[in-house]
Design a protein around this ligand. Sequence first.
Ligand SMILES: Nc1ncnc2c1ncn2[C@@H]1O[C@H](COP(=O)(O)OP(=O)(O)OP(=O)(O)O)[C@@H](O)[C@H]1O
Length: 975
Amino acid sequence: MSNSIPRPSRPSLAPPTSALPALPVGKTRKSTGGLATPASKSTPGTPKTGLRAPSSTYLPPATPAPTGALPQPRAVSGINGAGKTIRKTVSINSFPQPPRGDRVSSLPPSPLSAGLSSRKLKTPTPSYHGSGTPSLLNGTGDGKSVARGAGARDSDGLLSISSPPQSRSSSAQDSYSTSATQYDEVGDSALQKSDTSAGKRASKVDGKGNVIVSVRVRPDAQGNDHGKADGEWMVDGRKSLIGYQGKEGGDYYYDNVFTTHDDNSRVYDHIAKRLVRRVMEGYHGTVFAYGMTGTGKTFSMQGTASSPGVIPLAITDIFSYIRETPSREFLLRVSYLEIYNERIHDLLSMSTAPGAGNVPQEEIKLREDSKRGVYASPLKEEIVQSPTQLLRVIARGDQARRTASTQFNARSSRSHAVVQIVVESRERIPGNPGGDNKRSGLPPGGVRVSTLSLIDLAGSEKAAETKERRTEGSHINKSLLTLGTVIAKLSDSKDKDGKPADKDGKHLPYRDSKLTRLLQGALSGNSLVSILCTIQIGSAGSVASANTHTGETINTLKFASRAKNNIVSHAKRAEEALGAGGDGGARVLLERYRMEILELKKELEVKAKSKNKEEDEDDKVKDEEEERAREKEAELRHEEQMLEMQLARTALKERIDHLNRLILSSKSIGVNAGGSYSSLGMHPRFSTVSQASIRSSLAPSSTGRPLLERTASMTSTSSTIGRLSNGQRNSSATEQPPPDDDDSLGEFGDGTASLQAQNRALQADLADKNRYIQTLEKRLLQARRASQSRTSVGLSPSAKGIMVGEDHSVAALLKEKDSEIAELRARLDDKDRMLGALRSAARSRDNADRVESRSEIRVSQVFEPPHPPPSHPPPAPGSPPRTSPKGSPLAKRVSHIRKRTKSVDEMSKMLDEMIHERVESGQIVRGNRGSVRVASSDQKHKTESSSNPPIQLQLLARQRASVLNEPTSTVALEA
Ligand SMILES: Nc1ncnc2c1ncn2[C@@H]1O[C@H](COP(=O)(O)OP(=O)(O)OP(=O)(O)O)[C@@H](O)[C@H]1O
């Protein structure tokens, strides 16, 4: 069988989309750097050119293993520095892989028989390199031939790794269960029969098979190839052997020895790949790197972007396994802690933001639980769903990890870092992905919880320069020493409480350091264990440092040997926890989530049902509510409309009132159709508002009545002047006016100022009214629009009915008001006409005044009045008492006007008398139509001798006419 099967290229960090890659097998190497050549492969164990062959002097004497009766799988022992015999083991992986066909067709051998077979070979011989012990980590436990032929070596002479059949071909359904699983199950049964010494030995052997110890040699900076012999050192990867010829020298055999040429991928495949798979199947697994500072622990565990290490490759494989196993469902959660100076820090809770500083964390303590074993709490666990996410979480933790420069490493890890990936898995019931067991009728599978711990320990360091480094170093060294001590004391013995104890039955000092306490579960056999010890061979600088180096390297090799010899693992597949009460209790998130999903589903169903009911009810309620809302809206709208109507009505009423006031105001000044003021003045409707109208147009007065009377008098005077017949005028001129009239005439009858004021007042009033009418018209228009919009709004028929009725009444009202407006306009027109008349009257009066003033002077010169006119005519009986104070300007003005009116009347009277006298004396002749003319020339002469009667008469007549506002044309002086 050829072991030079080309290894498939390793997938990148992204999860592979195809099936798992082929088994990690020995890479075909063209060059071994001077190691084994194809020609030499036929002679394994033969010293190669340039290599110091493991000397037979380093081979242990054929003595039984220190464990006495227990068979040692590869009892190639050496003597350690302390004089103790150290078993140097050869990895079971170094055994050749059986033919594939055999593996598939035949059942794996019984562990018991395997144990027995190993027992048979308990006497180690130099040619005995392996036990063929079945284990979880060696894949098959297939009986590897003890003495292999040359064909067992690959072409380059390096060890070929047996391919575990399950790692490549195991079906997802576990129908062809992995050999490991089978061994485990058989191993369990074997353990049940462990009352026999053979059984005990078998289990012991099984346990050994579950621990892999490997050593990796780091290339030095100078590029020296330590794969070859380097003075005292010899490294043989094919034999998994490291030999040292110096002090405390010897040959050290391990499960794997990686030379400087081996890359991370190869290291992973040999030390962790199968372990990761077992973890996915339900076993606990621990991988840790141990070694002096700067020897490549972090490089091996984390790797680089181009050469990913154990952690990223494990993550890739975890997700590959999940993808290949559709029969189960998985839940992954990850935590990341560091132990720094004997304190535990949660790397996922630490802030890595620049300037954030180290926020003090709650102290993390280690607790113990019968189910979970030893665990740190409180610790942040993040659930991850993809390799990228998981890698990102770990990268975040890496950033938070403490590093510093040491003598051997510029970026040395100063803490032990532990990545824990908890894998929960549960069988998936076909056709029931949601886990609803009611429908499928099958009981749901329990949840299996397993943990993969990937640990990068801090490097041991002897010489530290600074105090801080020394403190760190002392803690690191102390914890590593404790680890070494615990491992050295490990045995299969138990104390009286059944707890692991050393050979003397004493407690193991797990509690002496946080690291050993945390690793307690793994070291005491509950977990599959893979230890990678890193060393650097060769001098690095000074002789002193080279000596230190060598001493540290030998210590590491001794540690690895002890670990391989002493750690016994009885790792079992985790039991499936049923419900939340099973293994892990509340930790089993998968179960909790499943329960939660079920509960939520039920809740959803119940809610959906009740929702349907509620929806029906809701619909009803909604309908009712909508109906109510509609009604309410209609009601509101109706109320609004009513309000608007009311407002419109009020506005209209106001308008009517105002118009009424206007009408009254117009009438109060005597302008009406008949030209009679008395009838309007007596109208009860108008009399009530006359005061306001008067106030708006005239000077203030203490009482309403005189003003009203005065206004009426004034207007009647001015408006009737041109209409009265001559006779009437005469009679009015000759008759004494009634006291009231006299009063009003005295006030308004003559003054230009009064007329102008009146004019202005009327004009202002007119403008005022016009404005008001415009405002009213606007409001009316708005009201009309509002009512139109209301009628256009879609309302229920009943509401519409109301609106129609309302509109009719409004329309009628509007019509009525329109007619009123028309009437008012007509009246205003009248008023305008009246104003015209008043203006012309004012002009006439002006003229008359001028004439009067001139004639007054002349008359007073020509005709001496017999008696001066009484300054104050006696008040007419029954006349109203004068209210104006005598001294007030108004009173003075009134008295002045009265005086003047009186004098005009008197003058008019006197003129009449004069004319009468002249007519009687024959000087003038009265015409038929009341006109006068000069009589004959004699008479005329007579008259002329005494005076200038024609001129005087003419003047008098004109004056009279102007006083009475009589057109001068009607007074025709006939010559
Ligand atoms: N096998 C290797 N091939 C190439 N370079 C390596 C190898 N091993 C380690 N190195 C390099 O050596 C240096 C130190 O390695 P690393 O930091 O992994 O050491 P370490 O054991 O983790 O040290 P410490 O305990 O101080 O943290 C790094 O620069 C790393 O790249």
